[in-house]
Design a protein around this ligand. Structure first.
Ligand SMILES: *Cc1c(COP(=O)(O)O)cnc(C)c1O
Length: 386
């Protein structure tokens, strides 16, 4: 079976993990800070906080900004549920901004219209969370301009997008946001098994996120209450945090994967270019690229032009599966999930994201997809939809 995404593990990756297993520290050792430094340096960000998932990173990012009951977080409906759930974990409300039909990212026009209305009804969001869908950056400059006008904070959900660029700069530099979050789940660009990272240039957010990551505990003297000198206080819990720590075992894998990140992205571009050219004559829409964005190509989503073909989306999907290709659908609009419908969201809320969902299929895209496998995918699709 050819999957839509898959990890790339080399002997060097395996050796780095085994080295940690033989070392003094399986967790809270030196490899987590080394992995953080590697990501911060790569992204040109001041601080990086490694955690055990991107979901955890989104949660502590929201907490660090102070999202709480009565507040609103807005995100894209075309994302994984975690981008919305992080607001609910904080007791805040979540809402969705429809997508741009070209990039499938949060639409700046839709965001502008929604902000104008929210200002009138005094329900402006505290946080807007753009999601760099498939690895293509959102229009961060425009969103940042809006944040100055309307006073919201920005968390970039870059779970798909490590190694991508916006206006020539690496995603994660946080030029246009407070915090950027990456995922290291095995289907993403690089992996730690499970894992995530938050990067920021703001020292206060950095300190807050570190404390939330580890039970709300600090061992820095300046942050601790003064206690009688005969009592030993080597740490204090100063707020309610979580255990969101990642292990040194995982960090070793991530650190080793970072060595091949640029190569990985280049390979994804080669695969994307081949799809672009070989699918050009079919009744499908290939992913449109914004001139400001250098895509990391976590996904390669095509749109089926269903009016021009005799098959339904389900038929294409099923026939690919029968041929041995496990494609996928990214994404069901989050608010259409039963849990969100129970909160009051209804079908039709973000029409562009629903239209998109009804026509999209993500084709296999990962660095170890061989040329032969890719030609097989292309031939199979040609057979199915022609
Ligand atoms: C994968 C993903 C997440 C969650 O990542 P985990 O590391 O699995 O918690 C969040 N947002 C988006 C857009 C994702 O694709």
């Amino acid at each position: 079976m050819i999957f839509y995404g898959r990890q790339d593990i080399t002997q060097q990756d395996i050796d780095s993990v085994v080295n940690i297993l033989k070392s003094d520290f399986l967790t809270q050792g030196p490899t987590v800070p080394a992995f953080e430094k590697s990501i911060a340096t790569y992204c040109n960000a001041a601080h990086a906080i490694a955690v055990n998932s991107a979901t955890a990173a989104l949660h502590i990012a929201c907490k660090a900004i102070g999202l709480g009951p009565g507040d609103w977080l807005w995100t894209s409906p075309n994302t994984f549920v975690a981008s919305a759930n992080c607001a609910l974990y904080c007791g805040a409300n979540v809402d969705f901004v429809d997508i741009d039909p070209r990039t499938y990212n949060m639409s700046v026009e839709a965001l502008t219209v929604k902000l104008k209305k929210a200002k009138v009804s005094n329900q402006l969001p505290k946080i807007v969370m753009p999601v760099h869908f498939a690895g293509q950056s959102c229009e961060m400059h425009a969103i940042h301009e809006l944040s100055k006008e309307y006073g919201f904070r920005i968390i970039e959900d870059a779970s798909h997008a490590i190694g991508g660029k916006y206006q020539g700069r690496t995603i994660g530099n946080c030029q246009f946001s407070d915090i950027t979050v990456f995922s290291f789940h095995p289907v993403k660009i690089i992996t730690t098994g499970e894992g995530g990272m938050a990067v920021t240039n703001n020292p206060e957010l950095d300190e807050n996120m570190r404390t939330y990551r580890s039970h709300g505990i600090t061992s820095e003297a300046v942050r601790m209450d003064t206690r009688p000198s005969n009592e030993i206080w080597n740490y204090q819990q100063v707020m309610l945090g979580y255990n969101y720590r990642i292990t040194d075992i995982q960090a070793a894998l991530g650190l080793s994967q970072m060595n091949r990140l640029d190569e990985n992205i280049q390979r994804r571009h080669t695969i994307a270019q081949r799809y672009d050219s070989k699918l050009a004559d079919l009744p499908v829409t290939i992913p449109w690229q914004h001139s400001d964005a250098y895509n990391s190509y976590h996904l390669y989503p095509i749109l089926l032009n269903l009016q021009e073909m005799k098959k339904t989306q389900r038929e294409v999907y099923n026939e690919m599966y029968t041929a041995g290709i496990q494609a996928n659908i990214h994404y069901i609009p989050v608010y259409r999930q039963p849990f969100f419908e129970k909160m009051g969201f209804q079908k039709g809320y973000c029409p562009q994201s629903e239209l998109y969902h009804q026509c999209t299929i993500s084709l296999p895209m990962y660095p170890t997809l061989s040329d032969d496998q890719q030609f097989f995918v292309i031939d199979t699709i040609k057979c199915i939809i022609q």
